[in-house]
Design a protein around this ligand. Structure first.
Ligand SMILES: [Zn+2]
Length: 142
């Protein structure tokens, strides 16, 4: 298994300055410790693999190879810390009430800034606090 556990829909809120919050339904993917390690190693392998390929690109290799060699561990560390991935967010816009359907595929954070697909205004997505707790799927050993 290389994928995280499938989860029932989670909750959050769309927020816009001066408007009442609206409910957001989120689909999420949780990653246990083993899944996070696999994702980190995969990220490291891809970036360093690209660095090896970049060695053969004239001139560009002076920039790309060091950049990819440094970016690999940084991105892998970020993946190793990502316990919840937000896949999609749906719900009404707080201003125009148009249905939103955002494909996120982003690490769960306290707040994500999006843009309404209908009225174009900036829209904040606030996932439920329970999604941000790192121990939700991986209980710590004491
Ligand atoms: Zn809108």
């Amino acid at each position: 298994m290389t994928k995280g556990r499938a989860e029932p829909p989670a909750e959050g809120h769309f927020r816009m300055h001066g408007r009442e919050d609206s409910f957001a339904r989120l689909t999420v993917q949780r990653h246990d410790r083993a899944a996070r390690s696999r994702r980190a190693l995969k990220t490291l392998g891809i970036t360093w693999g690209c660095a090896v390929i970049a060695v053969f690109l004239p001139v560009l290799h002076f920039v790309l190879v060091p950049l990819l060699l440094v970016a690999g561990p940084v991105l892998a560390y970020q993946k190793s810390r990502e316990s919840v991935t937000l896949l999609t967010a749906t719900g009404p816009c707080p201003a125009c009430h148009a249905p939103q359907d955002h494909r996120l595929n982003a690490a769960a954070r306290e707040r994500l800034v999006l843009r309404c697909e209908a009225c174009g205004r900036a829209l904040e997505l606030w996932p439920a606090a329970a999604l941000l707790e790192p121990s939700a799927s991986t209980p710590h050993k004491t």
